[in-house]
Design a protein. Structure first.
Length: 141
């Protein structure tokens, strides 16, 4: 299982949409822990469309890149309107912590929820919000 965090250049989750992150930190879950395997700069963070927010083409490019990396789960403090495209390919997880070590710990404690979602769905994944507990909800189209 591979999990990607939307992080800034200091490695912290920022309070912005997944596609606005500076980098994508890719972790692999194995033997009850998450290990960093790659930090991938967001190719769509800056460019000719940088002033436009929520572009479908941007979401599709990020999806394509992360699917090539066999990612299953996306973790961010926020998702934008493209979440209805994202959840066709990945489990979206909103988490309120910014420190990646704390995020890793929280995800490991709740990993059974995510494994169950991967086992029981191939797309149309539920949105997970993890704070003091886990809340699963349907993504509105």
């Amino acid at each position: 299982m591979k999990i990607t965090f939307a992080v800034n250049n200091q490695g912290f989750l920022e309070n912005q949409h997944f596609g606005e992150a500076e980098n994508f930190a890719i972790y692999e879950f194995s033997e009850n822990e998450l290990s960093l395997t790659q930090i991938l700069p967001n190719p769509r963070k800056y460019g000719i469309e940088e002033t436009e927010h929520g572009l479908k083409s941007k979401a599709l490019q990020i999806i394509s890149i992360l699917k090539e990396k066999d990612v299953n789960i996306l973790v961010s403090k926020q998702f934008g309107k493209n979440i209805s495209i994202i959840n066709q390919h990945f489990i979206p997880v909103i988490i309120h912590e910014e420190n990646t070590e704390q995020v890793k710990e929280i995800l490991c404690k709740n990993i059974l929820w995510l494994k169950d979602e991967l086992k029981n769905r191939k797309s149309d994944f539920m949105l997970f919000r993890i704070k003091t507990g886990v809340l699963k909800s349907i993504v509105n189209k």
